[in-house]
Design a protein around this ligand. Sequence first.
Ligand code: ZN
Length: 602
Amino acid sequence: MNHNIHYRITPIDPFAHLFEVCMEITLPSEAGHCLALPVWIPGSYMIRDFAKNITQLSATSEGKPLVVNKLDKTTWQFPPTKKTLEVTYQVYAWDLSVRAAHLDQTHGYFNGTSVFLAVVGFEEEPISVTINPPPLEQHNWRIATSLQEKTAKRYGFGEYEAKNYDDLIDHPVEMADFTLATFEACGVPHDVVLVGQHRTDMERLCRDLKIICEYHIRFFGEPAPMARYVFMTYILGEGYGGLEHRASTSLHCKRADLPLVTDKTDEIKPGYRTYLGLCSHEYFHTWNVKRIKPAKFFPYDLTQESYTELLWVFEGFTSYFDDLALVKSGLITADDYLDALAKTITSVWRNPGRLKQHVAESSFDAWTKFYKQDENAPNAIVSYYTKGALIALGLDQYIREQTNHQKSLADVMRLLWVDYGQTQQGIEERAMPSIIKKATGVEVTEFLDNTVYSTDDFPVEMWLEKLGVQCQLRPRKENTDRGGYSTELSALSSLMQPNLGAQFKSHVSGAELAICYTGGSAQKAGLSAGDVIIAVDGLKVTQQNVDSLIRSYSVGETLKVHAFRRDELMVFDVRLLSPQKDTCSLSWLSSGLTEDGKQWLA
Ligand code: ZN
């Protein structure tokens, strides 16, 4: 029986950041109902307890108030009613992230997981939602969402619908006086929505995104799995991040990363490359994680943590193919691709935690470790994004080598799409070796044992050499040195400048230690994260000068360091150790791409 579930959401008080939600169940169950909010949002693996922002919940039937019983932090129980059950509540929306809800006089944004209580046990029922405009005297707000319109006009306030609760919470909604541009990719209409102040060249952005979208649609094979797609970007002075959905993505980006109408060149600057890489990443997820999923996510259990070891496939492979698509589609140069790849290698090699946790563990423990990083995280954990991307690179190279480029990791993705995505069958935790064998004929059990399930460093230099790339791991020049593409590897190889083995953040009275790396000079001398260094050998230190000051010494020398721990002044004898080879520079082995390199990147 259809229980006719309807929601009405209104940005009722933008100044107080409050949405009001009125829910109606017009044919309520005789046993009464429980309503509950998810405690996490798919794609972001952390318990967030969204229900903490719900206030003033009340219920009525036939105009009479009902007694409401709260069962736990996120669940409300209602008595049986003969006629329509009406539930009203407010949601405080002041979390400016892609994962929750946000409302002020300039815009409103929400994910269904933050605002729509699920009718427990009736999650498969079809749903309708009325989205109301704000009570502002003057506004030009429109709606951007991939939710299906019911009676609403496209971009208009009004009634939308969802097949079930899972569908309802996978289409975030943006409401604002936003910039909108559209393009088609392989016949599928795409919206590009920018919120916030900007002077973006929309024509160029659409042209570049179209190249990426068509590349990915053809990569997995036409037709695309969605009827339309919406890129929603909230623009900030500083910000970066995204969350994938089945027919849209919510992104945050830095204003300076977008291409300007006044740009005189078609050159893709590093910031814009980063933004396009993020768009490419979230778009690839339309297949890989939104439709190809771990068996553990069929269905999502939104009441508690959902443990899987497989995020190295879903985030790692996606992180490999996001930038690879930019170079293979011709958007960025092969030199620029190597620059991005070198920075990924640096980010893995810089964290000693890679020697303590493997990526399958990192995935499993994402809930309490990767998503809850503290000052010790670089020493204790590894990223299934960056190390996962390098494992994908290694697998791609290995499969290509074993099959003389007849097969590659792309064949694995296509098989995953056909056998698992299209059929909506989940991937079992240890099924990847047999899936890769079926897709390519290559046996990778040992390869995965040595990379996915191992904390040993893998031979990334050898993998890259076989693809025509020279890889050099070397000490960093300064703290901001993240490696990159370089034509001067021999000059870099002699770098031996000491550093403290630490990351700093600015502090009013000195240089605050943000991270002390395991085995680094600072940690070995007894300095800790949170300590504020104020002087080195009697000279005042700031975040700006600490690097150059340390580099004026040689490895083996001992410095007198004054630092505050809380309000206590402490003195440390810091012996400068040999710097770690934690920074990657990449170059071409010959002048340009080798035959193997062309097969890989062309
Ligand atoms: Zn991702």
